[in-house]
Design a protein around this ligand. Structure first.
Ligand SMILES: Nc1ncnc2c1ncn2[C@@H]1O[C@H](COP(=O)(O)OP(=O)(O)OP(=O)(O)O)[C@@H](O)[C@H]1O
Ligand SMILES: [Mg+2]
Length: 300
């Protein structure tokens, strides 16, 4: 059973204010009485600097309502690799003759490991977030975030094809052994069962990402052209995967900018404005003070 916590993701171009917006939103929700877990999924963590505290993989309690953690991606990459090693050893025991350790060393440098490790960390966080109302994810810049969010979808495409291939391999046994392949051969095939298990697992993650009751995607942008165009790229890429942006956070807003352009472009999104602060937004008390100066905060 999935728990009832709602995922709140903050994404956008580098430097637009994803981490600051995540921290402000976490403090705002905690102030309204919600239990909040703020998680940095960016390997280059910023929350420690913003709160002027030391955070790590182990969550740190800020107060009764707010807890913060910075995911140790290296730890999850290692865990991901050791899980693969375990599975290969279990399912392909006849391969031990080929020095598996060397083979797995190469996997370490293959593209895509980081987002798989991030997804593993995400699943672990969600599984353990009992009693949490909101899990706020401060995300890395665009490229890695898009890979992470579309990973369940892409993995399912791969797994469907691999399952097809595995079924064909089992059928081929019939030709080699001249013994009729029955239902049992399919049901007891370890590789096929593992593929099914992974398919079910990714389907669950995908369902949570696509459910607006369980996941809310916030696009952070500034008022400059570069952040506009990267935002469009994010929206276009995600829409191909059935994932849509719920809110736009217009950060570092300066008086005089006409936010109607944004409101028209992102018609289906609520727009939260965060004015540019003259004072650096560092430390919980400065952030809280800034929140008090805002005329409103959108519903998440
Ligand atoms: N509303 C604001 N007013 C003034 N300064 C801001 C505001 N929001 C963010 N900043 C500043 O802009 C810089 C970048 O902000 P932040 O680290 O939150 O962005 P980011 O999108 O998380 O960056 P990265 O892509 O590097 O993770 C920081 O120095 C931060 O203090
Ligand atoms: Mg950041």
């Amino acid at each position: 059973m999935d728990n009832t916590a709602k995922n709140i993701f903050f994404l956008g171009k580098g430097g637009v204010g994803k981490s600051t917006s995540s921290a402000l939103t976490a403090l705002h929700l905690a102030d309204t009485g919600k239990t909040v877990l703020l998680v940095s999924l960016d390997p280059a963590h910023n929350q420690g600097d913003i709160f002027m505290r030391k955070f790590a993989e182990k969550a740190v309690k800020i107060d009764d309502k707010l807890t913060v953690k910075e995911v140790d991606i290296d730890y999850w990459v290692k865990k991901y690799l050791s899980d693969i090693q375990f599975q290969i050893k279990r399912n392909y025991s006849y391969l031990t003759a080929f020095n598996l350790e060397n083979y797995l060393d190469i996997i370490k440098y293959s593209p895509g490991i980081e987002e798989y490790a991030m997804l593993m960390a995400y699943k672990n966080i969600r599984r353990k977030a009992n009693g949490v109302d909101y899990i706020i994810f401060d995300m890395p810049p665009t490229a890695l975030t898009l890979k992470f969010l579309t990973l369940p979808n892409l993995s399912l495409l791969w797994l469907d094809n691999l399952l097809d291939l595995r079924n064909k391999i089992i059928e081929k046994k019939e030709i080699i052994t001249k013994v009729k392949v029955g239902k049992r051969e399919f049901e007891t095939d370890k590789i096929r069962n593992k593929l099914h298990e992974q398919i079910e697992d990714y389907k669950k993650v995908k369902a949570v990402f696509e459910n607006p009751e369980k996941t809310c995607l916030n696009l952070v942008m500034n008022t400059d052209k570069l952040s506009f165009s990267e935002s469009e790229l994010i929206v276009d890429n995600l829409s191909k995967f059935n994932i849509s942006i719920k809110n736009v956070f217009l950060n570092k807003y300066l008086d005089g900018f006409d936010s109607k352009i944004i409101e028209e472009k992102y018609k289906h999104c609520a727009v939260q404005i965060f004015p540019a602060s003259e004072k650096p937004l560092l430390g919980a008390s400065v952030l809280k003070h800034y929140l008090q100066s805002l005329p409103s905060f959108i519903r998440l």
